[in-house]
Design a protein around this ligand. Structure first.
Ligand code: BJW
Length: 226
């Protein structure tokens, strides 16, 4: 069976990383348009860089949880073809052992030059005006997909969704497109759909289970591998 999995901030919540839209969420203290748009970066590069530096440190200090490990076990088992798309910019899936994760919203571990577009490993603390290792211009930014920018690997994602037997969404509120539209896309392509989330999201899924990811995901993987 070909399984396409989409994860969001909820899968990393029990690793201590804040989600975005909860009352005490990551953007509670920051207006989204102040930090997650290219315009915000142009207007206030220091604020945005500081925000992502803090996130990079928090992500490095966090540990993968039982949900990240369960997905890695599912892929390692080899009984199914498993494609993992994450909206998350942390590397907890990789540190749990999942190889080849699609980071559609970029990654805290990477930086990018907005002049020549070269991508490179981000230092733990980026500084505004750091020079690009490719072209030397002082035009580096976090390699994060902000509002209004095209998410990464969309062609690969679209191919995966078109041929999926099962689409599983874990820990995402379904508020941000194009990811929020994947369930409809997969349904139209004939896949079964399942949501594992603390609360029902805005998507329409064939099956939906509510609870913490560290409980639901290992249970689902065990059932599948049994
Ligand atoms: C648990 C749990 C536990 C908690 N266990 N569960 C009008 C209509 C339609 C679209 C648009 C529109 N106006 C503008 C747009 C487009 C725009 C968009 O979607 N805007 C919306 C606000 C409407 N999208 C874009 O601009 C995107 N680009 C784009 O569309 O390009 C054009 C295009 C065209 C055609 C095809 C393809 C592309 C870019 C979006 C970039 C998003 N970037 C961000 C921030 C940067 C990264 C960062 O700072 O980290 O990415 S936004 C933010 O939201 C972040 C996340 O990845 C993303 C999704 O959030 P997520 O993961 O769902 O988190 P939460 O907090 O919302 O939800 C957590 C869930 O977990 C909750 O449900 C909890 O219940 C649950 N949970 N604890 C299980 N323990």
């Amino acid at each position: 069976m070909k399984i396409v999995i989409l994860t969001g901030a909820g899968i990393s919540a029990e690793s201590g990383l804040q989600t975005f839209r909860a009352e005490d969420g990551l953007w509670e203290g920051h207006r989204v348009e102040d930090v997650a748009t290219p315009e915000a970066f142009e207007r206030s590069p220091r604020t945005v860089t500081r925000f992502y530096n803090a996130r990079r440190i928090a992500a490095a200090e966090a540990q993968p949880n039982a949900a990240h490990y369960a997905l890695a076990r599912l892929a390692e088992d080899g009984g199914h073809e498993v494609i993992l798309i994450t909206q998350n910019v942390d590397d907890l899936h990789e540190r749990a052992g999942f190889e080849g994760v699609i980071h559609m919203h970029g990654s805290l571990a990477m930086a990018r030059c907005y002049e020549c577009n070269v991508q490179f490993d981000a230092p733990m603390e980026m500084v505004v005006g750091d020079c690009c290792p490719g072209c030397g211009a002082p035009t580096t930014r976090p390699d994060i997909v902000w509002f209004g920018e095209m998410p990464y690997q969309m062609e690969e994602i679209s191919d995966a969704l078109s041929t999926a037997d099962l689409f599983v969404s874990i820990g995402t509120s379904g508020n941000v497109y194009p990811a929020a539209g994947f369930v409809e896309f997969a349904t139209r392509a004939g896949a079964e759909t399942l949501e594992l989330n603390l609360e029902p999201s805005s998507g329409v899924f064939e099956n939906s289970r509510q609870g913490p990811a560290t409980v639901l995901v290992p249970q689902w993987v065990e059932d599948l591998l049994a």
